[in-house]
Design a protein around this ligand. Structure first.
Ligand SMILES: [Ca+2]
Ligand SMILES: [Ca+2]
Length: 418
C-alpha cells in the first residue's frame, strides 16, 4: 500500500521488465477500484499525487478483496469490518449509529447521542442448529448516561441482558485487558425445528447523552447444556457455573488483573479426556484450573458486577467443588474492596483419588450473610504463595503438579428456610 503525497517514483522488483504494466487500485474501507495502468520506465514506476492509499498489481492480476465478513458464522459483519450496516438494520431516535476505528485500528460499532435518545441494530442469526443451546456475546464500553441491552428472540421467548457503565477495568481477555470493555452475553435455547433467532442490540441515552463502543459479536453453540440461572425452578440463583460451556474467557469468573495483564497464562479451562494419566477436573468434563499463581497474596480471579450482584443484609447459600494438593495456599472469599470479608473458605489438600494419579474432588455447601455493603464479589485469592505441596512425592506426582487448584460447580443462591 502506498500513500501518495506528491508525484512519487518507485523502483520496481528486479523481475519486472522494461515496459511492463501495473494496475493501480485505489483503496477504500471496503474495496479496491482500478483507476489507472502504469508502465515501467527505466526500472521505475511514477504515481501521480492524490493523498490517497493505493495498491499496485502486475497488470491482469486479480486483486484480493476482503469481504463477506462473518462467512461461515450465523451473522454478517459481526466485527463491523465494513462500514456498511444494512445487514444490521439500524434504527435511531435522536442518536447516531456508525462504524468507527479504535485506537488499535480495529473497526467497531459506535452508538452515541448528545442528549436523550435511543438506537438499535438487529440481525437474524441464521444457520443455527435446532435443539441446541447457544451463547451470543460481545464486548462493549458503555459511558455514563448510556445503557445497552443484548436481546435474543426466538419463537415467542426473549432472552436479554442489560448493562450500564462498568466501574472496573476488565481483564477478561487479552484484547481488552485494562480497558472498560465488558463482556455482555445471553444464552438461549433453540427449539428442535428452528434454525434462526433474532438478535437485537439496543442503546438508550439519558438527557446527558453518552456513547457505546462495541465489537466482536460472536455466536457460540454450547457443547452440552449447563443449568441456567434463568431456568424455571432456579429463580433464587444469582450465579451458577460448571465450566462445561464457556465462551471466550472463564465464564462468570475473570482474572483480577493485579499485574495489569489478563493473567490468562495462569488459569485455564482444564479438560478430562480418555486415557489421561492424571486430570484436574472436579466434575463433568471441564473445570477451571489455577496454576501456581505467584508469590504475593493477591486476588487472582473474581466476579464482576455484571456476573454477580449481591444485596446488603441478605443470607445466601454458596456451593462449589474443588481439588488441590496443597493446604492454606488459596481461599475462596466473598468480600468488598474495602476488606469486608463475609465468607472465607481456605482450600485444603484433597488427596489422591484412590487407585489413580489424579487429585480427589471435594464439594462444599455453606451459608453466609452480607452486611451493609453493596459491592461484594466472589474471589479466588492467593493467601500464602510460600506454601507449596509437600513433601515432594513422586508416587503422588511432583509438588508442582499438586500445587494447583481446580474449582467447579460454583453457585450462589438466596437462602430459604427449608
Ligand atoms: Ca472489529
Ligand atoms: Ca465441570
Amino acid at each position: 500500500m502506498v500513500v501518495c503525497l506528491e508525484n512519487t517514483t518507485w523502483d520496481v522488483p528486479e523481475n519486472w521488465e522494461e515496459g511492463a504494466k501495473a494496475d493501480l487500485y485505489e483503496l477504500s474501507r471496503s474495496t479496491k477500484t482500478l483507476v489507472d495502468t502504469l508502465t515501467v520506465r527505466n526500472r521505475k514506476l511514477t504515481l501521480q499525487a492524490k493523498n490517497t492509499p493505493y495498491v499496485l498489481y502486475r497488470q491482469g492480476e486479480k486483486p484480493w478483496i476482503a469481504g463477506n465478513f462473518g462467512e461461515g458464522t450465523p451473522l454478517e459483519n459481526p466485527g463491523f469490518d465494513t462500514p456498511d450496516l444494512f445487514m444490521w438494520h439500524p434504527k435511531t431516535e435522536n442518536a447516531r449509529v456508525e462504524t468507527t476505528i479504535s485506537a488499535n485500528h480495529d473497526p467497531r460499532l459506535t452508538m452515541s447521542s448528545y442528549g436523550a435518545g435511543r438506537t438499535e441494530i438487529s440481525q437474524l442469526m441464521q444457520g443455527l442448529h435446532g435443539g441446541t443451546t447457544n451463547t451470543v456475546y460481545l464486548f462493549a464500553d458503555i459511558s455514563a448516561g448510556a445503557q445497552m441491552t443484548l436481546q435474543v428472540s426466538c419463537v415467542g421467548r426473549t432472552y436479554a441482558a442489560t448493562q450500564t457503565k462498568s466501574g472496573l477495568p476488565s481483564y477478561n481477555i487479552v484484547k481488552y485487558a485494562g480497558t472498560f470493555y465488558q463482556k455482555i452475553k445471553v444464552t438461549f435455547d433453540l427449539p428442535a425445528d428452528e434454525s434462526s433467532a433474532m438478535l437485537t442490540i439496543l442503546a438508550s441515552f439519558d438527557t446527558s447523552g453518552g456513547c457505546i463502543n462495541l465489537d466482536d459479536v460472536r455466536v457460540w453453540e454450547n457443547e452440552t447444556r449447563s443449568p441456567q440461572i434463568t431456568d424455571p425452578g432456579r429463580e433464587d440463583y444469582l450465579l451458577y457455573e460448571d465450566f462445561e460451556n464457556v465462551e471466550q474467557g472463564y465464564g462468570c469468573i475473570t482474572p483480577a488483573g493485579n499485574e495489569g495483564s489478563a493473567w490468562d497464562f495462569q488459569a485455564h479451562i482444564a479438560e478430562k479426556t480418555q486415557g489421561q494419566f492424571l486430570d484436574y477436573v472436579v466434575d463433568g468434563r471441564h473445570s477451571l484450573k489455577i496454576d501456581q499463581g505467584g508469590e504475593e497474596p493477591q486476588t487472582l480471579l473474581r466476579t464482576y458486577p455484571n456476573s454477580l450482584k449481591l444485596k446488603p443484609d441478605t443470607t445466601y447459600d454458596i456451593a462449589f467443588g474443588y481439588l488441590t494438593g496443597v493446604t492454606g495456599r488459596h481461599a475462596l472469599r466473598v468480600k468488598t474492596d474495602r476488606g469486608n470479608i463475609v465468607y472465607e473458605y481456605l482450600f485444603a489438600d484433597t488427596g489422591l483419588e484412590p487407585g489413580t494419579h489424579s487429585l480427589a474432588s471435594r464439594f462444599i455447601s455453606d451459608t453466609f450473610h452480607t452486611d451493609g455493603c453493596d459491592d461484594y464479589y466472589l474471589s479466588i485469592d492467593l493467601v500464602d504463595g510460600s506454601i507449596t505441596a509437600q513433601p515432594e512425592s513422586p508416587e503422588e506426582g511432583s509438588a508442582a503438579e499438586r500445587t494447583v487448584l481446580s474449582i467447579d460447580n460454583v453457585s450462589i443462591r438466596i437462602h430459604t428456610e427449608d
